[in-house]
Design a protein around this ligand. Structure first.
Ligand code: CAA
Length: 291
């Protein structure tokens, strides 16, 4: 349980919306750190798949001797699955990790605002959409904030914390303390398109795709250059496949529209891969193939 800045707000029960790779990772990290987590997905099959990934991740930690079996079993008891949003009514914090569509996220925030207690903090894991606009569909804009986790969530130590225009100091302090409580570092940023992480990362990925599109080099060569020459842990095209090419395109479109600057135009090759359904690792094909 986390007491927020000595104030009345305490957080022990967390709702997570979306059991994809981000939502599942977020649920895992909170459950590992002793929080009770309700993982919601509209698609029960997806929720079950998300749960299976968490179970496999915990088993891997046990195999490596980094967690004992009891702790892994206890972690799973803190985790419940639901396809009914109402089950989140008593969460003190809900973190939304639905697909990157503003209309969908607005609908979710409006519903959560109606069913959760007025004290519940509503956070979004959006990677580039305006937190202020999501807050505006609720009657609690001061309790809405961005918590942008990085993929893979269990491994990456950063949470980019985005303050909307109306986010209160208290909400910001509670979320910063909570981020520390799950062993991660909160870095505050203001609510501008792509925040900082994707404003810097995504144009690099887009440029790498342009290099392939223009025939400058193969995907393997582009990635090798960034791995060996810049010491990146993963080449930009492989990273794009891991993030999901649909997500990469959505972020580039948000940057392009938000800043109105042609330097953010998405590469046509990225667009056609998404049109083809080649979304990266999750569909088995992107710049590389996966089985
Ligand atoms: N879930 C849980 N743990 C995972 C994992 C996953 N999906 N993938 C890897 N790991 C763990 C491994 O088990 C391993 O743990 P140990 O150290 O305990 O053995 C550790 O991570 C390292 O894994 P590997 O040795 O298999 O591979 P690696 O050294 O290549 O590291 C990586 C993998 C951490 C993913 C590394 O390649 C990396 O840092 N890649 C870049 C990641 C990145 O840039 N993420 C940000 C993406 S942008 C984003 O998320 C925001 C957005 O809005 C788009």
């Amino acid at each position: 349980m986390l007491e927020g800045n000595g104030k009345a707000m305490s957080i022990s029960r967390i709702g997570v919306i979306g059991a994809g790779q981000m939502g599942g990772g977020i649920a895992q990290v909170f459950a590992v750190h002793g929080f009770s987590v309700v993982l919601y997905d509209i698609d029960a099959q997806l929720a079950a798949k998300g749960y299976a990934v968490i179970e496999a991740n915990l088993n891997r930690l046990v195999d490596k001797g980094r967690m004992n079996e009891e702790a892994a079993a206890l972690t799973l008891t803190r985790l419940s699955l639901t396809a009914d949003l109402e089950q989140l009514h008593d969460a003190e914090l809900v973190i939304e990790a639905a697909p990157e569509r503003l209309d969908l996220k607005k609908r979710i925030f409006a519903e959560l605002d109606m069913l959760c207690s007025p004290h519940t903090i509503l956070a979004t894991n959006t990677s580039s959409l305006p937190v202020t606009e999501l807050a505006a569909v609720t009657k609690r804009a001061h309790r809405v904030i961005g918590m942008h986790f990085m993929n893979p969530v269990p491994v990456m130590p950063l949470v980019e914390v985005i303050r909307g225009l109306a986010t209160s100091d208290e909400t910001f302090e509670i979320i910063t303390a909570l981020t520390q409580a799950i062993g991660k570092t909160a870095v505050p940023v203001r609510d501008f398109p792509g925040f900082v992480s994707n404003r810097v990362l995504m144009p690099m990925i887009n440029e790498a795709i342009y290099a392939v599109y223009e025939g400058v080099a193969t995907p393997e060569a582009v990635d090798q250059i960034m791995l060996l020459g810049m010491n990146h842990p993963m080449g930009p095209l492989k990273l794009a496949d891991f993030i999901g090419l649909d997500t990469c395109l959505a972020i580039m479109e948000t940057l392009h529209e938000g800043f109105g600057d042609s330097k953010y135009r998405p590469c046509p090759l990225l667009r056609s891969y998404v049109q083809a359904g080649w979304l990266g690792k999750k569909t088995g094909r992107g710049f590389y193939t996966y089985n």
